[in-house]
Write a protein that binds this ligand. Structure first.
Ligand code: NAI
Length: 396
């Protein structure tokens, strides 16, 4: 079939297999251009199909020949209906990994559930015996609690007062003010239940009790801080509370891993266009300006560059450098004073008329469509493509 982008708000309902494959192959090429490393060797990535999780899987496999198991929640294709992009990404990754003699298997289902955790444990026991790295890179708007069956929804709201500032509709380029009402009722608790650290801890507890974690095992979850411009909706909003909880959980997990000299880290990553971040108000305008500044400075990175640097210069450095709160910082270039000062200046000038020249709206849009395999260089979108793609290492 011929597959075209069909967007609705900040999501795209279709995905292109060839474009997704091309994106994955480019990320693999990037990692292959870097020196190989000794570690990690046996890796479980939760949230492995897109964004930072996919980049973590590719970095592990192609940076140190690691065996990888990926867990994700993606929609398979049906006749005439393309799959979600993470499905095509995973298919492309596993196809290439198998060609290159790398172990790569995956599980598609709800990572919050006991069933998927048990299924993953079984696969680790049968195939790998143990793992030395677990990357926790879930981004989900909902979580059904495995013990109670209760379904929680996360919200992106400020706490304590109404938020008013500009944002951009990146499809039309219109810069306009938005107003978001503050959280109420159980909004904070619900968001922490979905995006906080409880599920991460549950994964580790299960795998630890089954003795499948190596000595010196590491686990990393991803967080974000960002500038004062976005803090009312992000770091000081409901999602920020969830990230506080995630960060506090890292210390708890490290305690439970003491006897195997294991460590849990939170890595604070850079703001990037992913399916998760395009849903957050204000972030698209911030990212458009940030991209412009970082590209001009020659310090722009995508997910794969971020994770490559995280692995080689932080996680597997002789000593893992941490900030005063005990977090890994790979958002260091984004948060540079000169970068933030420039973004703040541009923010004040940003209007529908000025944004195309002072911001990188085109870069934002390209990245957005790329997430779904569209606007990828070298792909002929007029060519018929088979939507029914299999994932070679898919279990179950
Ligand atoms: P993403 O939307 O690209 O990836 C989310 C992953 O989670 C996908 O693999 C998806 O299949 C999986 N997933 C979602 N719900 C699931 C479920 N119930 N069961 C199994 N898998 C499920 O998101 P992104 O942006 O890569 O986010 C990953 C982490 O990085 C999040 O914790 C996010 O807060 C953090 N982060 C993101 C930043 C950004 O700018 N995008 C910046 C810094 C941190």
């Amino acid at each position: 079939m011929i597959i075209e982008p069909k967007t609705r708000g900040f999501i795209c309902l279709t995905a292109h297999p060839t474009g997704c494959e091309q994106n994955v192959l480019s990320q693999i090429e990037y990692i292959k251009s870097k020196p190989t490393t000794e570690q990690p060797k046996k890796v479980l990535v939760i949230g492995a199909s897109t964004g930072f999780g996919l980049a973590s899987r590719i970095t592990s496999a192609y940076g140190s020949n690691a065996s990888t198991i990926g867990v994700y929640f993606e929609k398979p294709p049906s006749e005439g209906r393309p799959a979600s992009p993470g499905w095509y990404n995973t298919a492309a990754f596993e196809k290439q990994a198998h060609k290159d003699g790398l172990y790569a298997k995956s599980i598609n289902g709800d990572a919050f559930s006991n069933e998927i955790k048990e299924q993953t444990l079984k696969l680790i026991k049968e195939d790998l015996g143990e793992i030395d790295l677990l990357i926790y890179s879930l981004a989900s708007p909902v979580r059904t609690h495995p013990n109670t069956g209760e379904r929680f929804k996360s919200v992106l709201k400020p706490i304590g007062g109404t938020f008013k500032d500009n944002t951009v509709d990146f499809h039309t380029g219109e810069v306009k003010e938005i107003s978001i009402e503050p959280s109420s009722g159980d909004d904070i608790k619900n968001t922490v239940t979905v995006m906080g650290g409880e599920d991460w801890q549950m994964w580790i507890d299960l795998l630890k009790s089954a003795n499948v974690l190596t000595k010196d095992f590491k686990t990393v979850a991803y967080s974000y801080i960002g500038p004062s411009l976005t803090e009312a909706v992000y770091r000081k909003g409901t999602i920020g509370r969830a990230k506080d909880h995630l960060e506090a959980t890292a210390f708890k997990i490290t305690d439970t891993l003491k006897d195997i000299d294991g460590k849990a880290y939170v890595s604070v990553n850079k703001a990037l266009v992913t399916q998760a971040s395009s849903a957050i108000p204000v972030i698209p305008l911030y990212i458009s300006l940030l991209y412009k500044v970082m590209k001009e400075e020659g310090i722009h990175e995508g997910c794969i560059e971020q994770i490559e640097r995280l692995f080689s210069e932080r996680l597997y450095a002789n000593e893992v450098p941490l900030d005063t709160e005990g977090r890994i910082r790979i958002d260091d270039w984004e948060m540079r004073d000169d970068v933030q000062a420039k973004v703040l200046e541009l923010w004040k000038e940003a209007t529908t008329e000025t944004l195309p020249s002072i911001g990188d709206l085109d870069g934002y849009k390209t990245d957005f469509f790329n997430l779904f395999g569209f606007n990828v260089e070298g792909v002929d979108y007029d060519k018929d493509v088979n939507e029914m793609v299999d994932i070679p290492g898919l279990q179950g």
